[in-house]
Write a protein that binds this ligand. Structure first.
Ligand code: ADP
Ligand code: ZN
Length: 528
């Protein structure tokens, strides 16, 4: 424990790190850590969390242990510290036995103030023996847990090894613990406090608002690819990350873009390591401005001038979305975050969820996916939705920097049309796709309708007054919002579900946004 008032922190900050001032919150956290108080820091990426353990580590008498989940990040941080003349090192599985022995010797010789370690190493006998000796010789000053949300199944990046940390905590009860994360939902927060056994902790919550980011959601449809190409042409030269769900999607989208004359590079975990890091560094040094990637890309990438982050496929959860989109505009200048929403992607993700994990994890994943859907469907301020998700109260109705604030959607009660649509699904025995349903509603004269005698149905032609495109939009929205289901066999056969019945019985209203500029009705020709 150190009395922070005794030290000229500003001077030390300058001396060790070359910074003239603290970023918001840093000084307060550092003072608490120096006093030996357990602390949980919730701060968005780029907020300056690392300094809150690196700085105390240098002032405290003993050794600080930093638990960090990503080997690449660890290596990078340690190299940067060493370049600044700070006594840091790491121990992880990338080292040979010889290197590890050498580093352990450095630690035991008192040459190291900050020791980074991967979570899976923590409870190994060798490592515990090392820690015991450190504790005895110099004292363990601080246990810093980076990416602390990894301890929680409710986080977006659960790592079972993190559960071990609680036991380490018990072994060295005198050592204060500092947990840090950029994920701040209430459940994750509670989980961290509990699993890592923080003692009467101070919880520091920074605002997660990123005022310079513009948020927008667009419906993904057949024309979306063209839309994307136009957008990229307009944004020529601006660093842009496009996130896709799978390696296959990354490959096909990046080659389509290249074929359309847009310089784009792929990035995913299935690529050879050299090619991947080559693509990453070409993107970082602005050699190529568009990177098409899976979410494997981005952790710890310090490129401040990313202007656009586009989710071309649906993200799996809002935390992930916030992190990934948050890679835009780190320089504080305007940047945009665009999400293409597609109900079909949702089914794909649901399918993936059903393949993995136990029942509890599946239930969590489905709930997280539903939150992405709600965010996308909503006509409320996107910023407000995101911040509320992180438990932050947002003052002010409109942020003025999201699609819904700039182009408020006017909603209209379309329950009657929804009933027509759903009853048509029912009358055709739930055996057809959306296009056929719309043809029946519109009273079209197609071979399929004649074959199935669907011109005899009571719903035949009851929707002539609404255009095909508008019916399709209504149908998609019903599907996207779960008011009707779809077969999972790839044939997109519409199926009624519990929620459909609520609309059909009139228990639920169905609202649809009014499209500006395009009339939804069509002139019905008078057939005298
Ligand atoms: P986080 O871990 O919260 O994502 P980092 O610790 O990586 O954030 O810090 C983000 C950036 O801010 C880094 O480039 C870091 O060097 C810089 N930084 C941190 N503290 C300060 C400070 N007091 N003054 C200026 N820059 C700082
Ligand atoms: Zn807004």
């Amino acid at each position: 424990m150190i009395d922070a008032a005794e030290i000229d922190l500003a001077e030390k900050l300058k001396q060790y790190f070359g910074f003239t001032t603290f970023l918001p919150g840093q000084q307060q956290i550092i003072e608490l850590v120096l006093e030996g108080r357990d602390t949980l820091v919730l701060m968005p990426t780029g907020g300056g969390k690392s300094l809150t353990y690196q700085f105390p580590a240098l002032l405290l008498p003993g050794v600080t242990i930093v638990v960090s989940p990503l080997i690449a990040l660890m290596q990078d941080q340690v190299e940067r510290l060493q370049a600044n003349g700070i006594a840091a090192t790491f121990i992880n599985s990338s080292l040979s036995q010889y290197e590890r022995n050498q580093r352990e010797r450095e630690v035991l010789n008192g040459q190291i103030k900050l020791l980074y370690v991967a979570p899976e190493r923590l409870l190994g006998e060798n490592f515990l023996a090392l820690l015991d000796q450190v504790e005895e010789r110099f004292g363990l000053s601080l246990l810093a847990i980076d990416e602390a949300h990894c301890v929680s199944e409710w986080g977006h990046d659960f790592r079972p090894e993190y559960r071990q940390i609680g036991r380490l905590r018990q072994r060295y009860p005198q050592t204060p613990l500092l947990a840090l994360t950029a994920t701040a939902t209430e459940v994750v927060r509670q989980d961290i406090l509990q699993q890592l056994r923080l003692h009467s902790p101070h919880v520091h919550i920074a605002s997660f608002n990123r005022p310079n980011l513009y948020y927008e959601v667009r419906q993904k449809q057949r024309t979306s690819y063209q839309e994307l190409v136009r957008l990229l042409r307009k944004a020529q030269g601006e660093a842009t990350i496009i996130y896709c769900l799978s390696r296959a999607n990354v490959e096909s989208l990046s080659s389509d873009l290249v074929a359309d004359g847009i310089q784009a590079l792929p990035y995913h975990a299935g690529m050879a390591a050299e090619e991947r890091s080559e693509n990453q560094s070409r993107f970082i040094r602005d050699d190529v401005s568009v990177l098409v990637a899976t979410i494997a890309f981005g952790m710890g990438i310090g490129k401040p001038d990313v202007r656009n982050v586009i989710h071309y496929d649906l993200p799996k959860n809002l935390e992930g979305y916030y992190q990934e989109s948050g890679r835009a505009g780190r320089d504080g200048l305007p940047a945009q975050c665009l999400l293409f929403f597609n109900g079909g992607d949702r089914f794909k993700i649901e399918f993936m969820i059903a393949q993995n994990g136990d029942e509890q994890r599946q239930a969590i994943a489905l709930q997280q996916l539903q939150q992405v859907q709600s965010y996308s469907d909503s006509h409320l301020c996107r910023r407000q939705l995101l911040l509320n998700y992180f438990g932050e109260v947002w003052n002010g109705e409109h942020c003025g920097n999201c699609d819904n604030c700039l182009r408020p959607q006017v909603l209209e009660d379309r329950s009657i049309d929804a009933q027509k649509f759903l009853s048509c699904v029912g009358r055709t025995q739930q055996r057809f796709g959306m296009r056929h349903i719309v043809d029946v509603l519109r009273g079209a004269n197609t071979q399929k309708i004649r074959d199935y005698r669907h011109d005899q149905l009571s719903t035949y032609g009851i929707g002539k007054d609404v255009s095909v495109d508008e019916w399709m939009r209504l149908g998609r929205t019903l599907l996207q919002q779960g008011w009707v289901g779809e077969s999972a066999d790839g044939h997109h056969v519409l199926r009624l579900n519990e929620r459909s019945r609520e609309i059909l019985k009139g228990y639920q209203r169905f609202e649809l946004s009014v499209l500006q500029g395009t009339p939804r009705s069509v002139e019905t020709k008078k057939t005298s």
